[in-house]
Write a protein of this length. Structure first.
Length: 202
C-alpha cells in the first residue's frame, strides 16, 4: 500500500490498467469535438453540389465520345450510335426503368422535348427489354433515338457509375458536359441551356 506525503495510506486505485490508460482530460475531449465538428462543416461548405450518386452535379469536360452502335429499345425503330451525335448539339440521357431518380426526372424530359431546344437521345442502361419498353410506353418517350445497352458496356466506356446521367455533345460529336443525377428545369436553364447556346455560336 502506498502512502501520501503526510504518511497516511493513499486510497487504492481499483481501476484496471486498460481503464487507467483510457483517461483523457475533459478539456482536450471537448476541444477535439469542437475541432472535428468545425472540420465537417467546412468540408460541407466547400464541397461541390452532390446528387444521389454522391458525385458532383455538373461538370464541363472535353472528351471523345466512345464509339458504339446499339439497337433500339424494344418497341422503338431507331437505334443509337456515336455517328448520330455529329452535325448538331444534342443531349444524351442515360436511364433505366429500375432507377428511382429517373422516375422523378422523366416528367421534365417530356416537357423538355416539347421545348424543342435540342434532340434528346436515350441510352437505356442495364435494363430488361420488356421493362424498358413498358417504361416508355406508359410514361411517354422524350427521345429521338434510343440505344439498348443491356450489358452496360457502352455506359462503362462513357464512365457511367450511377444514373441518371445527362451528357451534352457538341456538333463534332465530342462530349463537353455531364450532369449526374436527375435533371430539373432550374438546373437545365441555369447550366445546360447557356452551354447549348454557346456551342451553337461556335
Amino acid at each position: 500500500m502506498t502512502k501520501d506525503q503526510s504518511g497516511r495510506e493513499a486510497p487504492k486505485d481499483v481501476r484496471t490498467p486498460h481503464q487507467r490508460s483510457k483517461g483523457v482530460p475533459r478539456k482536450y475531449a471537448i476541444a477535439l469535438l469542437v475541432f472535428s465538428t468545425a472540420a465537417v462543416v467546412l468540408a460541407a461548405v466547400l464541397a461541390p453540389p452532390r446528387t444521389e450518386t454522391g458525385l458532383p452535379s455538373g461538370t464541363e469536360i472535353n472528351v471523345e465520345t466512345p464509339v458504339f452502335s446499339l439497337p433500339p429499345v424494344q418497341g422503338r425503330t431507331l437505334g443509337f450510335s456515336n455517328k448520330d451525335l455529329k452535325g448538331e448539339v444534342s443531349l444524351v440521357n442515360v436511364f433505366a426503368s429500375w432507377c428511382e431518380a429517373c422516375k422523378r426526372e422523366h416528367p421534365f424530359l417530356i416537357k423538355l422535348k416539347k421545348r424543342n431546344i435540342a434532340p434528346i437521345h436515350g441510352l437505356n442502361f442495364k435494363d430488361k427489354p420488356a421493362d424498358a419498353q413498358a417504361w416508355l410506353d406508359s410514361r411517354g418517350d422524350p427521345y429521338m433515338r434510343t440505344g439498348a445497352d443491356i450489358e452496360g458496356k457502352v455506359g462503362k466506356d462513357w464512365g457511367i457509375k450511377g444514373i441518371p446521367v445527362t451528357f451534352v455533345v457538341d456538333s463534332t460529336g465530342k462530349t463537353v458536359y455531364k450532369h449526374l443525377g436527375a435533371l430539373t428545369a432550374e438546373l437545365f436553364d441555369k447550366e445546360i441551356l447557356p452551354l447549348i447556346n454557346k456551342l451553337r455560336k461556335k
